[in-house]
Design a protein around this ligand. Structure first.
Ligand SMILES: *[C@@H]1O[C@H](CO)[C@@H](O)[C@H](O)[C@H]1NC(C)=O
Ligand SMILES: *[C@@H]1O[C@H](CO)[C@@H](O)[C@H](O)[C@H]1NC(C)=O
Ligand SMILES: *[C@@H]1O[C@H](CO)[C@@H](O)[C@H](O)[C@H]1NC(C)=O
Ligand SMILES: *[C@@H]1O[C@H](CO)[C@@H](O)[C@H](O)[C@H]1NC(C)=O
Ligand SMILES: *[C@@H]1O[C@H](CO)[C@@H](O)[C@H](O)[C@H]1NC(C)=O
Ligand SMILES: *[C@@H]1O[C@H](CO)[C@@H](O)[C@H](O)[C@H]1NC(C)=O
Ligand SMILES: *[C@@H]1O[C@H](CO)[C@@H](O)[C@H](O)[C@H]1NC(C)=O
Ligand SMILES: *[C@@H]1O[C@H](CO)[C@@H](O)[C@H](O)[C@H]1NC(C)=O
Ligand SMILES: *[C@@H]1O[C@H](CO)[C@@H](O)[C@H](O)[C@H]1NC(C)=O
Ligand SMILES: *[C@@H]1O[C@H](CO)[C@@H](O)[C@H](O)[C@H]1NC(C)=O
Ligand SMILES: *[C@@H]1O[C@H](CO)[C@@H](O)[C@H](O)[C@H]1NC(C)=O
Length: 474
């Protein structure tokens, strides 16, 4: 079953993604060399280009009002990249400026609606600074908005500023371990997404665990959060549990799936499941239901109990918790979701697996939406289309790109950060293109796409980022 599954996935990938080219385009002079020998591939109908290299663990990215790209470098602070735009995929970094130096900042980044207040997060708190895009400078002092979030293991605190309800800041927080039983205690604040009203905040700030509006709990580690541009509906993407067993059997290779969940609206419109239990730490979404023992009626996206079922925690209980809106292949580690302007496509980054024999993820995919909802039904296992991916996941996680965060520029070009490789790429929808990567003026490697069966040659150089390896922050 799983052998068939993997070869099917490999065929799908190779039919979608065109080989990359190592030549620089004549119309764009840049000499960036991709960090890794095997460069990512891009789907037919898109173009991609390397924009920046040599960054330190770039996580969230965001354009300011003047088109400067703000980047959180985990453990370093926030950098502003001024870009030289020569059109199409020809974009280079003109200059860089440090906006905030703070080693505690590790992931979250947001801007106020007017672009004059910057928000960023450490494992403990969300802060704000006054921000001037004309000079890429932030105020010397910060304001602590929401605190009391320090815990182990999943330490990113994703920030999302609502574009629909002014002054509403969403913060997503994960669990303290793979299976964190404290997440059942609502006042622990673990594995929740909460919304905070900054318009009436007092100087004391908010306590994450007890203040604000809870949009959901039982969300193991929902690093990606987005607001739909038409409806204002809030979607999140969740990193689900590792090393799952059920009824004494190891089922972790293809179960559970990663989830996309829906949390309703911020404007007061009632959505009954808002704030409810989305399953964790007891219930998880099936991805390969036929691999699950004691399974009478589970389909893709059904919530099932792991471990040994009993008279309180069992599949009946799990079916009653809020179900995912979509389920994705196991262990792909979704870290961001961003909608395009029309709201017809949701882009998702999959940082990539460590808990799977054959690596999964390490790619950017899109999900079709209509009327503010995914087009695919909840039991679909084909809801996403790969746009930008490593040609060969055998080199992952050490020697491949690991997408984290995305931002559209004002012209609808998608920028993608890769923390492990210290890079930022751009992806451009272009019906005329055949899927080549431009502006990568290098290198020894011919970037030839290899099939999933190929093994690494000896040509891989020592890589600065190899030490980042497997389990650093997701
Ligand atoms: C915020 O300001 C406090 C007080 O000056 C400082 O200790 C802290 O490091 C700052 N935090 C960040 C993330 O810059
Ligand atoms: C949004 O809130 C800020 C204060 O945080 C305020 O200055 C601004 O005028 C508000 N904007 C709108 C459109 O209400
Ligand atoms: C701000 O308003 C929200 C919603 O109206 C409320 O839940 C919250 O308690 C208020 N915060 C403060 C500090 O008054
Ligand atoms: C942090 O949370 C604990 C309970 O988990 C509470 O006792 C404490 O007062 C909170 N601290 C702050 C600064 O809000
Ligand atoms: C809130 O959002 C919902 C969903 O998009 C919409 O139907 C409703 O009209 C909005 N309400 C207000 C007061 O804007
Ligand atoms: C039922 O299973 C849950 C989850 O494994 C466990 O926490 C609970 O203690 C079990 N209850 C009984 C009565 O065994
Ligand atoms: C499953 O758990 C529910 C309570 O969550 C209980 O009512 C039901 O009897 C249990 N089913 C079995 C077969 O133990
Ligand atoms: C599967 O069967 C269980 C036990 O009969 C039931 O409680 C549950 O609702 C069913 N789940 C689905 C997804 O149909
Ligand atoms: C985004 O929206 C535009 C405008 O409606 C559309 O043409 C495009 O195909 C969408 N999809 C993606 C993946 O950007
Ligand atoms: C989706 O489910 C079908 C039917 O169970 C199965 O044949 C197929 O291999 C699955 N596809 C993926 C990508 O898992
Ligand atoms: C794409 O491929 C087709 C056929 O192979 C070719 O005719 C066309 O010129 C190519 N387009 C680009 C932009 O390279």
């Amino acid at each position: 079953m799983s052998i068939f599954f993997f070869s099917a996935a490999a065929v799908l990938l190779s039919s979608l993604l065109a080989p990359v080219s190592g030549q620089s385009s004549s119309s764009c002079s840049t000499s960036l060399t991709p960090t890794n020998s095997i460069k990512p591939s891009v789907a037919s109908g898109y173009q991609a280009a390397l924009v920046a290299t040599g960054l330190t663990r770039p996580r969230s990215i965001k354009f300011d009002n003047l088109g400067n790209l703000l980047v959180v470098q985990a453990g370093v602070g926030i950098e502003s990249l001024q870009l030289q735009d020569n059109g199409g995929t020809c974009i280079t970094v003109k200059s860089k400026k440090t906006v905030i130096q703070a080693r505690t900042l590790n992931h979250g980044l947001a801007l106020s609606q007017d672009g004059r207040t910057l928000y960023a997060s450490s494992p403990e708190a969300a802060y704000s600074w006054d921000y001037d895009p004309a000079t890429s400078t932030a105020s010397k002092t910060n304001t602590t908005l929401v605190s009391n979030m320090t815990t182990e293991d999943h330490t990113t605190r994703t920030l999302l500023m609502s574009q629909k309800v002014n002054g509403t800041l969403l913060i997503s927080r994960g669990s303290t371990s793979n299976i964190d039983l404290e997440a059942e205690v609502l006042s622990s604040g673990h594995s929740q997404i909460r919304a905070f009203n900054l318009l009436n905040i007092t100087s004391k700030g908010y306590d994450y665990n007890t203040d604000g509006l809870r949009l959901g709990w039982g969300l193991r580690n929902s690093v990606g959060v987005a607001e739909h541009p038409n409806t204002g509906g809030i979607y999140s993407v969740e990193n689900s549990v590792d090393q799952a067993t059920r009824d004494g059997q190891d089922v972790h290779e293809d179960n559970p799936g990663e989830e996309m969940n829906f949390h309703g609206y911020l404007n007061g419109t009632v959505y009954a499941p808002q704030g409810s239990n989305y399953g964790y730490p007891y219930c998880f979404a099936a991805w390969a239901p036929s691999d699950l023992p004691m399974n009478s009626n589970l389909t893709v996206g059904s919530q099932f109990a792991i471990g040994d079922q009993n008279n309180t925690i069992n599949d009946t209980y799990c079916a009653e918790q809020t179900l995912p809106r979509l389920t994705f292949q196991a262990h792909m580690a979704p870290l961001d979701i961003v909608f395009n302007n029309s709201g017809n496509d949701g882009w998702v980054t999959f940082h990539g697996s460590w808990d799977r024999t054959d690596p999964s993820g390490y790619k950017v995919s899109t999900i079709r939406f209509a009327n503010g909802e995914p087009v695919a039904p909840a039991n679909s296992n084909t809801s996403y289309t790969d746009i930008f991916a490593n040609a060969n996941n055998d080199v992952c996680p050490q020697n491949c790109f690991r997408p984290v965060s995305m931002a559209f520029d004002s012209q609808g070009r998608m920028f993608v950060s890769s923390d492990a490789s210290g890079e930022i790429y751009l992806v451009l929808r272009d019906e005329a293109s055949n899927g080549t990567i431009e502006g990568t003026g290098s290198s020894g490697s011919d970037g030839t796409k290899t099939s999933g069966a190929d093994r690494l040659g000896s040509s891989f150089g020592a890589l600065v980022f190899a030490a980042l390896a497997i389990r650093y922050i997701t």
